[in-house]
Write a protein that binds this ligand. Sequence first.
Ligand SMILES: [Zn+2]
Length: 189
Amino acid sequence: MSINGRVLLLNQTYEPLGTVGVARAMIMTFKNTVAVEEWDGDRVLRTPREEYPVPSVIRRRTYVNVRRRREASGSKRVRIYMRDGFRCQYCGERKNPVELTLDHILPRSRGGGGAAINVVTACRACNQRKGSRTPEEARMPLLTTQTALRAELDQVLLCHYAEARPEWKKYLFAAGEESAPRAGRKRTA
Ligand SMILES: [Zn+2]
């Protein structure tokens, strides 16, 4: 049986909270803390005795404070890699996550914070070359934009997953949310 994949978790108010793994989503369904809004097609999870349909979108039966949403999503590191399209934002090379690092645009030693707007994906070589300088000092202009840096990481992650999940779109791009940030820049090589 396969328990791969992600399930979109909505707040009681239909606001997207993030994603959870299939196993956790099914436990929440069994415990009745969530209602299933969409099923994952005909996909079922088989145990020796039973077959369970797999949810694709679930909604909490009780409201949860949005501040807890971070728990439902991946790590900040991965979300920043996703925002930046797994590309070094200095040389533009697309790399495997293990070859990537996070670079503080304004270095920590110079008072730069850890907020997503000050952190970009960088390959090891570029990160080392930049050292504790600003992009201007290092003459390493950033390939990203302020708009991309300001994108909300949770939204970025959801957009990334939603590319393969058309049934999620109506929840992620609800009316009146047209200004929702787009997932990383699409650069088709
Ligand atoms: Zn690089």
